[in-house]
Structure formats: structure tokens, C-alpha cells
Design a protein around this ligand. Structure first.
Ligand code: NAP
Ligand code: GLV
Length: 312
């Protein structure tokens, strides 16, 4: 039965992806959705790269979906996916490495006040404050999943004190961990740099609001590399304008690309990145997708299945 790649990519990019996927699983017949002229009812496996929700609608007989993205908020509740169809998300060591490198770069830049020095340079101001060492700085993570743990592993040898909050409290060597709403308040109270790496679900939409930001100490900094929908934008701007929050590094946005007239672009204490913290690595992701589709074809349970009820 044919496999179709359904994506948000331009047609040529979708075709290039299919060439890679086809090379990784020559036994399958894979089509870019943009060129597929066969009977959609014959497609039982879909490979999904963050497609707009309506792009899955033609495929009425889906039995397995392999995502090429780690975050699957556009797929979990898609009405085109039968409730029993397994949905696997991308868990890729190369993506974890990319996220760890990206977050470590942001943490170090915030820790060493790079944004403030850049502002001083623009004003030709020579000013310096006493500096802290990494071991005197606490980084708190919302989420202790695949990507957050990769970031922690990269930050640990630098000496940062690490905290992590998740739904279920998880033991992580060298990291103080928390769960539940009391645990969140405790963690936030001791967090100087907050990194968001939770999935976007009904429970986490709007998590980074006025209440959460107020629980951080004055002068704290935010790195959001998860999804834009976690952040209540007006609350973030208010916390920055009042000086409660010192800096925000934003990689993800409610609307992407970020509209040209959005206030984040020009805010002096916001750094905008175009959703580049950890892009899917085509070569490794194609191999991971192939291995998981083979498992499905053999009747084995695919790896990295999403719990469709809880949303991640
Ligand atoms: P993951 O392995 O599923 O980890 C998710 C973590 O969030 C888990 O620790 C989970 O808690 C926690 N969590 C979920 N819901 C929660 C809640 N309501 N309260 C507290 N904790 C909650 O996911 P991942 O692979 O690390 O990916 C995280 C997210 O990163 C993705 O969903 C995606 O949105 C984003 N992402 C961004 C980029 C980028 O380039 N910017 C790239 C890839 C991924 P439990 O451990 O208790 O289940
Ligand atoms: C990117 O944001 C992903 O979820 O893979």
C-alpha cells in the first residue's frame, strides 16, 4: 500500500524529503502528497511533517502516522486520524543534540549578559557589573523530557545549578526535580533562567502567564523553545516592561512566521529566532521513520508513540 508524505513544505522540498525517505525504505512506495494521484483510500501509512490539519482529510484509511517533528499538537486531535491509529513522534539523537546546543548557547549568552552589552554598544556606553560564575546561576526547566534532559546534560559540566519540573516527578542525576502546582511554584522561586520544553497541550497552553512570571525572582530570564501557544504574549510584554523579567529569548510563536508588525520584533528585551532551536535532520529522521514503519509492517509496536488522550 502506498505511503504519502503530508507536510507544510513547498512542493520541491516535499519531493526532496520523499527521495530521502524512499532511499531509506526502498521496499515501500512513497509519494509526496502534492503529487499523489492514486486512490487516497489505499494509503494506510502517512508520514507527517507538521501539515495543516485539513491536509490529512483525504486519507480515510490511516492505520499509522509517523511524524517528522517532535511536537505533534497539530496531529493528536486531528479528526482524520482514527482514534486507534498509532501516532509516533520524532525522537532523534541529532535533534536532541541540536536542541542542547541551541539552549546552551542561549543560556550562556543570558548568563553573560550579551543582550545588555549589545544594547550598550548601540548607545556607545562602556558599563560593566560584577559577574557571576555558572555555578552561581540556576536554570529551571519546564519539562524533563527527551529534549530538556539533553539540554541538562550539556549544561551540567559547565556548573549551572539545574532544576526540572514535569507532570510526574522524575529522578535525574544532579538535577533537583519537581512536579505538581506546588512543585512548580517552588521551582520558579529559585529559577534565574527559565527554559520551556513542555509540549503544547490543553494543560500547557497559556502556562507562561502573569502568574507564572510573577513567581520568578525579579531579573529572571526566559527561553521559550517549545511552542508559542505556551506564552500569554501581553503578560510577557508587561513583565518585561515592568523590569520584573530581564530578557526573553523566543524561538517559537503563536503565528509563524512572526507577522512583520508584531511587537516582539522591536521589543528591546526580546530576542526573536525563527523556530531554529532544533530542526529535523533529514538524514537521521528518514532512517528513524523507516525503522519505525518497518516495525509497524511487521506487526510490532512502533517506538515513540504519543498518548493521544494526554496530547503528547
Ligand atoms: P517529551 O519527551 O514528550 O517531554 C515533555 C516533557 O513535558 C515531559 O517531561 C512531560 O512530563 C512534561 N509535561 C507535559 N505536560 C506537562 C504538564 N501539563 N505539566 C508539567 N509537565 C508536563 O518532549 P520533547 O521531545 O522533550 O519535546 C518537547 C517540545 O519541544 C515538543 O513538544 C515541541 O513542542 C518542542 N520542540 C521545539 C523545537 C524547536 O526547534 N523549537 C524542536 C523540537 C521540539 P512527564 O515526563 O511527566 O510526562
Ligand atoms: C519542531 O518544533 C518539532 O517539534 O520537531
Amino acid at each position: 500500500m502506498p505511503i504519502v508524505l503530508v507536510s507544510n513544505l513547498a512542493p520541491d522540498a516535499e519531493r526532496r524529503w520523499v527521495a530521502l525517505l524512499q532511499a531509506a525504505m526502498p521496499e515501500e512506495e512513497i509519494h509526496p502528497a502534492v503529487d499523489f494521484t492514486g486512490d487516497p483510500a489505499t494509503v494506510d501509512v502517512v508520514i507527517a511533517a507538521n501539515p495543516a490539519p485539513d491536509k490529512l482529510a483525504p486519507f480515510g484509511s490511516i492505520r499509522f502516522v509517523q511524524s517528522l517533528w517532535a511536537g505533534v499538537e497539530h496531529l493528536v486531535h486531528n479528526p482524520a486520524l482514527p482514534p486507534a491509529a498509532p501516532l509516533a513522534r520524532l525522537v532523534d539523537p541529532n535533534m536532541s543534540q541540536a536542541m542542547a546546543e541551541g539552549v546552551a548557547a542561549h543560556v550562556l549568552a543570558l548568563h553573560r549578559d550579551h543582550a545588555r552589552f549589545a544594547r550598550s554598544q548601540r548607545q556607545r556606553v562602556w558599563s560593566k557589573d560584577p559577574q557571576k560564575l555558572a555555578r552561581e546561576r540556576t536554570v529551571g526547566f519546564l519539562g524533563t523530557g527527551e529534549l530538556a534532559r539533553a539540554c541538562m546534560r550539556m549544561l551540567q559540566p559547565l556548573g549551572f545549578s539545574l532544576l526540572g519540573w514535569s507532570r510526574h516527578q522524575r529522578a535525574i542525576d544532579g538535577v533537583a526535580t519537581f512536579a505538581g502546582s506546588d512543585g512548580l511554584q517552588t521551582m520558579l522561586g529559585g529559577t534565574e533562567i527559565l527554559v520551556n520544553l513542555t509540549p503544547l497541550t490543553a494543560a500547557t497552553r497559556g502556562l507562561i502567564d502573569a502568574r507564572l512570571l510573577a513567581a520568578l525572582p525579579k531579573g529572571a530570564m526566559l527561553i521559550n523553545v517549545a511552542r508559542g501557544g505556551h506564552v500569554v504574549e501581553a503578560d510577557l510584554i508587561d513583565a518585561l516592561d515592568r523590569g520584573h523579567l530581564a530578557e526573553a529569548v523566543l524561538d517559537v510563536f503563536e503565528i509563524e512566521p512572526l507577522p512583520a508588525d508584531h511587537p516582539f520584533w522591536a521589543h528591546p528585551r526580546i530576542q526573536v529566532f525563527p523556530h531554529v532551536a532544533a530542526q529535523t535532520d533529514p538524514a537521521s529522521a528518514a532512517k528513524i521513520a523507516a525503522a519505525n514503519i518497518r516495525r509497524f509492517r511487521r506487526g510490532e509496536t512502533p517506538h515513540d508513540l504519543v498518548d493521544r488522550q494526554r496530547g503528547y
